[in-house]
Design a protein around this ligand. Structure first.
Ligand SMILES: *[C@@H]1O[C@H](CO)[C@@H](O)[C@H](O)[C@H]1NC(C)=O
Ligand SMILES: *[C@@H]1O[C@H](CO)[C@@H](O)[C@H](O)[C@H]1NC(C)=O
Ligand SMILES: *[C@@H]1O[C@H](CO)[C@@H](O)[C@H](O)[C@H]1NC(C)=O
Ligand SMILES: *[C@@H]1O[C@H](CO)[C@@H](O)[C@H](O)[C@H]1NC(C)=O
Ligand SMILES: *[C@@H]1O[C@H](CO)[C@@H](O)[C@H](O)[C@H]1NC(C)=O
Length: 202
């Protein structure tokens, strides 16, 4: 997805240092409930991320801007994902689904024939969330940050910075998206018009 998703062979949770003050406001979500899925429903903007894993690090740095829609299917433990990603000055649209593993708070997607996992982390702010990756332990930690608007408030950003600090990454290593570089506007508008027409027709 928008992420890059990471191969979470190990859960991030045991890696969080509960003693560190930066970790106090970070809650891993397990289990994921219907209420959690409702909270994730809607339009989200990718704000920024930091990944130790070189593959995800490079991929994250290639994303100029991204936004997406989450449409939860509660009974199927799935979330339909429609994403608009600008990379290399091109808009790439993809529609796929995310599998929800409710018990352990993990989300996954299939890409390039592999299942990619991420742990869902909620902040005190209902209008933001984070996904964390921890592949092969501490040396591959990573985290990405999403909000319901392309610009976050200082308070929202602080929560992400705390989370990043909590996993031992420096602020300067974060890559941010830039809404001004978004090239998916026209395609998104076209899709919205098509959806409106379908609704009128039905
Ligand atoms: C969560 O559960 C699923 C299904 O049992 C498993 O495939 C996945 O590896 C688990 N994720 C973590 C982080 O333990
Ligand atoms: C946790 O959140 C509260 C309320 O937003 C804030 O006052 C506090 O400073 C935060 N703690 C840390 C360690 O950032
Ligand atoms: C990502 O890669 C860049 C360039 O190699 C490096 O400077 C940065 O520290 C890496 N980020 C993380 C979180 O490791
Ligand atoms: C969650 O929602 C689904 C679909 O609406 C429903 O079948 C299920 O019983 C709900 N689960 C709980 C715990 O409410
Ligand atoms: C979009 O989907 C195609 C085919 O499933 C996949 O190869 C590609 O990596 C996806 N692109 C993004 C940005 O997710």
């Amino acid at each position: 997805m928008v992420l890059p998703w990471a191969l979470a062979v190990l859960s991030l949770i045991p890696l969080l240092d509960a003693q560190s003050p930066a970790c106090t406001n970070l809650t891993a979500v397990a289990p994921i409930t219907n209420a959690t899925l409702d909270r994730l429903s809607g339009k989200w903007f990718y704000i920024g991320s930091a990944f130790r894993n070189p593959e995800y690090n490079e991929s994250a740095r290639s994303i100029q801007a991204a936004f997406f829609y989450f449409e939860p299917k509660h009974a199927e433990d799935k979330i339909i994902l429609r994403e608009y990603q600008t990379t290399g000055n091109k808009c790439i649209y993809n529609s796929s689904y995310v599998t929800v593993y409710r018990e352990n708070g993990t989300l996954s997607t299939y890409e390039s024939g592999r299942e990619h996992f991420a742990d869902l982390l909620l902040t005190k702010h209902p209008k933001t969330f984070m996904l964390s990756a921890s592949w092969n332990g501490k040396k591959n930690v990573g985290m990405s940050f999403y909000a319901d608007k392309p610009e976050v408030t200082q308070e929202q950003k602080e929560q992400f910075l705390d989370a990043i600090k909590c996993v031992g990454i420096h602020e300067s290593e974060i890559t941010y998206s830039d809404e001004k570089k978004d090239l998916c506007g026209p395609l998104h508008m076209q899709h919205e018009e098509e959806r409106n027409k379908e609704e009128e027709g039905s």
